[in-house]
Ligand binder design. Sequence first.
Ligand code: ATP
Length: 237
Amino acid sequence: MQLNVKNLKVSYGNIKALHGLDFSIDAGEIVTIIGANGAGKSTTLRAISRMVPSESGSVIEFEGKDVLSYTTDKVVTRLGISHVPEGRRIFGNLTVTENLTLACFARKDTEQIETDKKWVFDLFPRLEERKNQISGTLSGGEQQMLAVGRGYLSGRKIMILDEPSMGLAPLLMLEMFDALKEINRHGTTILLVEQNARLALKFAQRGYVIEHGKLVLEGPADKLLDDPEVKKAYLGA
Ligand code: ATP
């Protein structure tokens, strides 16, 4: 397994957000974590990228390395884990190209960087058309593409994405998921957190369902799509 999470516990002050979560992801997989509002999905991703501290006893290993001994920036630059958080964190006052260049700041493989930037522009031609535009003036969908492009350029082993479909019109949503599939085909593992469970389960190979910071169900995505409990609770059926 490429990513191994065991007994993951996170609290915000007195609020226990995760009560000992276990899951793992193989290299090359697309895995989703679904759950209701407040179930702990974002917290799980924040723990992996070290944006929130995990409690003692928690284990997060990536390619055999102890993720919990790395700082937030080293998780990206040394381990190749990139977190695309909810709400498109881009530099709004910089151009598209400047945003992409900044995402590569810690990389030294200059030639590969150029290849990868071109690849991102092939993936999102709209970004190339707007490469000199100030990012804050892009549409919501374009900003989301830029956030994903930045994520890809900064750490390419695994991308962990928080609600990439949020705020996107249906057509753009599908475009975004096609692009993520392409990124995965190109060799990047994907861990996706989504409120749109149907979309996430159609996209992923495997899924985990969490409720109140605990794992309640796991399995192949198509089985979860057919599961009566999942249907009732998350698919509006
Ligand atoms: P959403 O889709 O609404 O973001 P989620 O499944 O991602 O939901 P989390 O955001 O991880 O859930 O929240 C898990 C729990 O932790 C919730 O009870 C939430 O209120 C709490 N929580 C999250 N962030 C904080 C914070 N910064 N301070 C205090 N409590 C928090």
